[in-house]
Design a protein around this ligand. Structure first.
Ligand SMILES: Nc1ncnc2c1ncn2[C@@H]1O[C@H](COP(=O)(O)OP(=O)(O)OP(=O)(O)O)[C@@H](O)[C@H]1O
Ligand SMILES: [Mg+2]
Length: 278
């Protein structure tokens, strides 16, 4: 493997969902969620994907994470095929690439204590000191040690997202994929979680793939941005260039539709009041 080989390589990926047949005379409608998407992500890149609701962002994330299969095209990680492989052959990917989802309540098992939620991937790996590692991770995401004994519902939304982030970091991944990690949170805690993600990416030298419909957020967190529109990548480039001189009319439209960009950025950079402790 050469040093400049992309970490993630997406080649002409299509994903069509077949809606179930409604009746004998009315066949199900096909939805083309991704229509020929290609791009690559190199190690250390902070790669943002923006697009409106329904543009295919989450579909793309599921394909990158090997949680779903493309209808056509390939996804590779460090040159190895992710697409077309059964789950039992994706161990290499599960160790290296972890996903943080939008809704921390939906992605955390409500019956498990935080220590077991975070330790689960470690136990699976036969980690020698799960308790020590859990303590380290709680510290890294800014949660008090006593959080370990609590259940997800005993936390605020922002704190639950901290738990999801700790769990994602547990196997020491090289890539963190975040699908709208702050959209379900109170506006007042979004900046804290984004700052935390940015700090962790720096601290652990992670490669980041970050999905958002909010351009101001992507601009702040990422160095590269891809614009997805109705299942197609219409623009891809360094964030500074794309925001300063968008090439595609759709990107210009998206940028023009953010009248409060300045305000949003100001909100983002101003650290808001501390979240209440658990
Ligand atoms: N499991 C599914 N079955 C059928 N259609 C689906 C499925 N998942 C997604 N779709 C459709 O595929 C398209 C892309 O959806 P996707 O969730 O990837 O968009 P998104 O960009 O993540 O949107 P949002 O910003 O709302 O999260 C949409 O038209 C959606 O309705
Ligand atoms: Mg989505």
């Amino acid at each position: 493997m050469t040093g400049d080989q992309p970490l993630i390589e997406v080649t002409d990926v299509h994903r069509t969902y077949r809606r179930p047949r409604v009746s004998l005379t009315r066949p199900g409608r096909a939805v083309a969620a991704l229509r020929g998407v290609s791009f690559s992500v190199t190690a250390g890149q902070r790669f943002g994907i923006v697009g409106e609701s329904g543009s295919g962002k989450s579909t793309l994330i599921r394909l990158l994470a090997g949680l779903d299969q493309p209808t056509e095209g390939t996804v590779r990680f460090r040159g190895q095929r992710v697409s077309g492989r059964p789950e039992r052959q994706l161990g290499f990917l599960r160790r290296e690439l972890q996903v943080v989802f939008q809704d921390p309540m939906g992605s955390l098992d409500p019956r498990m204590r935080v220590r077991d939620i975070i330790a689960e991937p470690l136990v699976a790996q036969g980690h020698p000191d799960t308790a020590g590692r859990v303590a380290e991770l709680l510290e890294a995401v800014g949660l008090p040690q006593e959080a370990a004994g609590r259940f997800p519902h005993q936390f605020s939304g922002g704190q639950r997202q901290r738990v999801s982030i700790a769990r994602a970091l547990a196997p020491r991944p090289s890539v963190l994929v975040a699908d709208e990690p702050v959209s379900a949170l109170d506006v007042s805690v979004r900046a804290q979680i984004l700052n935390l993600l940015a700090d962790l990416v720096e601290r652990y030298a992670l490669t980041l793939v970050f999905v958002s419909h909010d351009l101001s957020v992507v601009r702040h967190v990422c160095d590269t941005v891809a614009v997805l529109r109705a299942g197609e990548l219409v623009e891809l480039g360094p964030v500074d260039r794309v925001y300063r001189a968008p090439e595609h009319p759709y990107t210009r439209e998206l940028l023009a539709a953010v009248p409060t960009l300045r305000g949003a950025l100001a909100r983002f950079t101003t650290r808001t009041a501390e979240e209440e402790q658990p």
